[in-house]
Design a protein around this ligand. Structure first.
Ligand code: ATP
Ligand code: MG
Length: 267
């Protein structure tokens, strides 16, 4: 009998639909003028697609990710994963932030299996912990503690911890933002490899234009105050992509110009 290797087997990604979503926050005193973090944002993501969201600080990228995660609700509009309206967080929607947020008193293995423990699934799925540690290349560090890990390794633990729940949608908020440039480029390949192996739908927030072009099927460019989608760019370059190819550099120039324009228009 062939044992099913669940870490390598294709998990089906979900579609995502964001429909006319607006989100406003009150001023710091709780009553004064409202900030429209998102204003009538609509977006469709296909199953297994990898999209990036870029835009200046404060344009609502994290707010949008929090709404998709179900950590907050919109003032108007609707969000759906598959045919389900998003109303609360769900293990099928994984989240990885810039800070890996590992528990310092737990080993790599314990950090990765924590979601299974919380859902009472550890006994049934214990074998998957080893598979996911292998998938992110950390099997030799199973018993290491977070303070023994480099930034890139810690972020791989955070990715494995999210992936072990077999998310149909993985939400990444600047997950590589704290890494040095070389580690960051290596981790981009790592995330792409995981994306291909799992076929998970991914939404990646990044400030790094090269990262967005290198990784995504489409790039969503947002503008701030109020947070809106300025443009959606389809990246038609074949993978693996070459950061120095003329097509890559052209697209980079186009996006930088667009972001500058977006910033100037709202100043
Ligand atoms: N809980 C909150 N209460 C009040 N205002 C908020 C809250 N969360 C976000 N905002 C405001 O909403 C706007 C969008 O914030 P958000 O964190 O989504 O931006 P961002 O695009 O992720 O920025 P960055 O690139 O700096 O992470 C900002 O003006 C921010 O001050
Ligand atoms: Mg943010």
């Amino acid at each position: 009998m062939v044992a099913l290797n669940s870490a390598q087997s294709a998990a089906e990604g979900s579609t995502l639909r964001v429909d006319g979503v607006s989100k406003a926050f009150r001023g710091a005193d709780g009553v004064s003028t409202r900030t429209f973090a998102l204003d009538n944002v609509s977006l469709s993501v296909a199953a297994g697609e990898l999209i990036s969201i870029v835009g200046p600080s404060g344009c609502g990228k994290s707010t949008l990710l929090r709404l998709i995660a179900g950590l907050d609700s919109p003032n108007s509009g609707e969000l759906r994963v598959g045919s389900e309206v998003i109303t609360a967080p769900n293990a099928e929607r994984g989240l990885v932030f810039q800070d890996p947020n590992l528990f310092p008193w737990l080993t790599v293995r314990r950090n990765i299996e924590i979601g299974l423990v919380a859902r009472g699934l550890l006994r049934e799925k214990r074998h998957e912990v080893d598979e996911f540690m292998r998938l992110v290349g950390l099997e030799a560090f199973a018993n290491a503690f977070p303070h023994h890990l480099s930034g890139g390794m810690a972020q791989r633990v955070a990715l494995a911890r999210a992936l072990i729940n077999h998310p149909k949608l993985l939400l990444l908020d600047e997950p590589l933002g704290a890494l040095d440039a070389f580690t960051r480029m290596r981790m981009q390949d790592e995330v792409l490899r995981l994306w291909r192996a799992r076929q998970t739908t991914m939404v990646l927030v990044t400030h790094d234009i090269d990262e967005a072009i290198y990784m995504s099927d489409r790039i969503v460019i947002m503008s701030p105050r109020p947070g809106r989608i300025e443009r959606v760019i389809v990246v038609e370059l074949d993978r693996p992509r070459h950061r120095n190819s003329p097509e890559f550099l052209n697209l980079r120039g186009e996006i930088l110009e667009l972001l500058h324009f977006a910033g100037a228009a709202t100043a």
